[in-house]
Design a protein around this ligand. Sequence first.
Ligand SMILES: [Zn+2]
Length: 361
Amino acid sequence: MARRAVLAGGLAVSAVGFAGLPAGAAVRRPAAAPSISSTADWNARDALGDIEVLDSKPTMIIVHHTATPNSDDTSQAHAFELSRQIQAFHMDSNGWSDTGQNFTNSRGGHLMEGRHKSLAALQGGTQHVKGAHAGEQNSVSLGIENEGTYTEASVPDSLWDSLVELCLYMVSQYGIEPGEIYGHRDYMSTACPGDVLYARLPELRQTVGASLGSAVVQPSTWPLLRPGAQGPTVTALQVLLGARGLAVPVDGVFGEATQRAAGGVSAARAGSGPSCFASRVAEPGLFGGLAWEDVAPVLGAGAAGEAVRAVQVLLTSRGHYVPVDGVFGDRVVSVVRDFQAANGLAVSGVVDQASWQRLLS
Ligand SMILES: [Zn+2]
């Protein structure tokens, strides 16, 4: 009862801000607060040590799956048990102070606070509880663990609807851009949140944006390579690894030697390593997320070397004729500009992050 009253007050304040905007301005309608069970509700253990509460708003949401069975038990009791299991694993096996993610969503659509203090921070809309779920993004992202394994299975409507509701509320409370909803794999070398849930993120952003009357910019993201992957993206990675002095075959197949070398790059990336609950399931040989930044440098006119050759391999695979000679000459600049224009990217002739992401995808 008390929480309802607090929420109603929070929404009233938002409504004033909403009405106070100049006529014709783009407006965000405040989203209704969904019902979220607190750590006390699901009988969480106390955190070990202090919870870090930042006086800054998170700027993104990161979606995870728990990689647990796709249970048919949609009860709240089952959802609470899941929360306790995750907390126990994070504290007892990972040695963390508390649950890693900020919130948990069950297949029955029960929303729960994850790390302590996350619910109050969200309701307040000005602070962020730093979690442990996505490496370098923890201080700027809200993590949501969604119960189940969505590598192949479809997402139940009950889980989807509560995920939409929660994201809508987060975006509304913090002023997060609806395009800033990502999957765990966008930042780390993991299959989380599963191909099926990951493939629905554009729809999630769109749905949240439409509900708030906000235009949605779908983000550029890094590809995820997994054992058996083949093609020009793998060839480009192999050339890029070679540029770092890592000897791998350049055969366009993501085989063991390439996986080992790429895995070393992932492991060396600060903040990588076991993160969300899904990471307790071994995921050997994956390469993705921010580790790409460490092999794919920004390149422009006059650059030379193997990284340029990787760009040339990718352009050629897309039907743009350029010499594959490792030299960023005038012809390459011109073709890169054409590629950028054709893909709605800023036309600079420089292969920046967004251009790499588009070339590799
Ligand atoms: Zn995850």
